[in-house]
Every structure is written in structure tokens, then in C-alpha cells.
Design a protein around this ligand. Structure first.
Ligand code: G1P
Length: 298
């Protein structure tokens, strides 16, 4: 095992149909929905790049070509902006192409998140790797992924990220049963359950969309039967690894207390756009007084 080597590969599942945003996503991938002026997926790739993950594999599907185009250069557009002397816009469009080396593979059958991660097996090989889910945006001012990579290197198994949620919301997430680890600020995962009913949830700690996984997860995924929603669940594979023994077994978790934005459904997407826009120097000062007046007038 090449456990001494720092994690450098990121896998970003982006094959979902985006049915929650129809008709906007009829001909456009949901990952391309703008969050202020940048597609949601670019925040995620930028986060990976910032954590030193320079090799990104996107798991895509049909109608996802816009993703490849977005991370590619557009010489004509660059030349036009250069000729106009619009260096700021030029810089902004070049940002997306400078985030690292991006590879694409298609998930031919939509068999769930676990199956999407399994599609990365050959590309990842025998190294620990990160998985970032595109619906979750982590504020760039708050550190998470690099802490998870450190914990993975220390513990040698797999690492997930958890966040406290209102008990009424736990059924939208994977949920973890954890215990503390002496002298450490990460916790040990004893068990996991995908989207439990509130009365069956072992805690109010929700799995959020960042993982640093030991490659043994691929062997487990190959054996994992369809679970909730008749899909192969990553949560179920991690539950198996948490109880397993030997190299690559064990799951630990970092409990994240920073800012997370969810772009996965309409309401939380709008909240993400407003939160991020309100903090932007170019938009916030005009947006906030308008927003206050708008709310006061309701
Ligand atoms: C997936 C995972 C779930 C996790 C969630 C985080 O669910 O299966 O365990 O809590 O991402 O966003 P999804 O939201 O894709 O249904």
C-alpha cells in the first residue's frame, strides 16, 4: 500500500439527472447551475485543488458535455477579452482551466453513489483518494478536506465528514454512530445508516459530501448489494469497512462546524446563492439593503 504518499486524486460524481431542478436541467447538467456567477461544480473543483488534489476524475453521464467544455480553454473568447483589455474577466474564465488535470469517465447505468465511486476504481488504483459530492459547497474560508487527508494518513482507513443537523433533517442524510478517540479531535465511526427515519437514527450527525477513502472500498463496493432506493450506497460500503478488520479497514470522521451550502434542492440552492452573494464585495453592498427592504415589505 502506498499509504505514505499524500492523497492526490479526487473523484467527483456528477452523473445525477438533476430531476429536482427540472425544467432548468432538461438540457443542462445540474452541476452547471450558477451560484452567483460561477457554476456549482467549479467551487468543488477549486476546493479539491486547494487541498492539493490536482488529479480530478469526474464521473459523468449522458448530457454532461458542458462540464468538459467548462473546464476547457476557449481561445476565441480569451483572445476577444484580451483585445478588449478586459483582464478581470479573462482571469475569471482562465481560473476554471487552471485547477488541475481533469479526467472524465461515464457511469453508464445510474445505480447509485456507490456504483459511481466504483467507476473510479481503475483510475484511482491502489491509493487513498478523496470523493467530493457536487451538491455540497464548503466555504473556502473553512478547512475540511486537508484535515480529513491528515486523519486518513494517521489512521490508515477511510475518513468521512459529519455535521450536526436538526433531528428532523437526518432522514435526508447518511447518519453515523460515533465514539470519541482519546486525545484526538476526530471520532471513530462504529456504524452508519443511509437516510434513517428519525426514530431509527443513531445520532444527529449527518454525513456530508466529503470522503477520503482507502482503496479497499472498491472491493467492498463490488460486493455491496443495492440498499436504500435500490441503489448501491457508499454509506453501506463504509458501514462494512467500519466493522472490518485488517489493512484498510476502519472509518473515522471529522465533525465539521464551518459553513456548508447545499445546492441540492431549490430552497437550499437559493439560500446558497444569497449567502455567497451577500459576502461578495462586488454584490453584497447592493444586495443586502435591497434584501432587508424586500423582507420588511413582505
Ligand atoms: C448522499 C449520500 C448521503 C449523504 C449525502 C450528503 O446522498 O448517500 O449519505 O448524507 O449525499 O449530501 P444524496 O444527497 O446524494 O441523496
Amino acid at each position: 500500500m502506498t499509504q505514505s504518499r499524500r492523497v492526490i486524486k479526487a473523484v467527483i460524481p456528477a452523473a445525477g439527472l438533476g430531476t429536482r431542478f427540472l425544467p432548468a436541467t432538461k438540457a443542462m447538467p445540474k452541476e452547471m447551475l450558477p451560484v452567483v456567477d460561477q457554476p456549482a461544480i467549479q467551487y468543488v473543483v477549486a476546493e479539491a485543488s486547494k487541498a492539493g488534489l490536482t488529479d480530478v476524475l469526474m464521473i459523468t453521464g449522458r448530457s454532461k458535455r458542458a462540464l468538459e467544455d467548462h473546464f476547457d480553454r476557449v481561445p476565441f473568447l480569451e483572445a476577444t477579452l484580451e483585445a478588449k483589455g478586459d483582464t478581470e474577466k479573462l482571469r475569471r474564465i482562465q481560473e476554471a482551466t487552471e485547477l488541475g488535470e481533469i479526467h472524465y469517465i461515464r457511469q453508464r447505468d445510474p445505480k447509485g453513489l456507490g456504483h459511481a465511486v466504483l467507476c473510479a476504481k481503475q483510475h484511482v488504483g491502489d491509493e487513498a483518494f478523496a470523493v467530493l459530492l457536487g451538491d455540497d459547497l464548503i466555504d473556502e474560508r473553512d478547512e475540511l478536506l486537508s484535515i480529513m487527508i491528515d486523519v486518513q494518513e494517521k489512521t490508515g482507513g477511510s475518513v468521512i465528514a459529519l455535521m450536526e443537523v436538526e433531528p428532523s433533517q437526518i432522514s435526508a442524510y447518511g447518519c453515523a454512530d460515533v465514539s470519541s478517540v482519546d486525545g484526538e479531535d476526530y471520532v471513530k465511526v462504529n456504524g452508519l445508516v443511509e437516510k434513517p427515519a428519525v426514530e431509527d437514527a443513531p445520532s444527529n450527525l449527518a454525513v456530508i459530501g466529503r470522503y477520503v477513502l482507502h482503496p479497499r472500498v472498491f472491493d467492498v463496493l463490488e460486493e455491496t448489494k443495492p440498499g436504500r432506493g435500490d441503489e448501491i450506497q457508499l454509506t453501506d460500503a463504509l458501514e462494512t469497512l467500519a466493522a472490518a478488520e485488517g489493512p484498510g479497514s476502519g472509518v473515522h470522521a471529522v465533525v465539521f462546524r464551518g459553513r456548508r451550502y447545499d445546492t441540492g434542492d431549490k430552497l437550499s440552492y437559493l439560500q446558497a446563492v444569497i449567502s455567497l452573494a451577500s459576502e461578495r464585495d462586488d454584490i453584497g453592498p447592493a444586495l443586502m439593503p435591497w434584501l432587508k427592504e424586500f423582507v420588511a415589505g413582505r
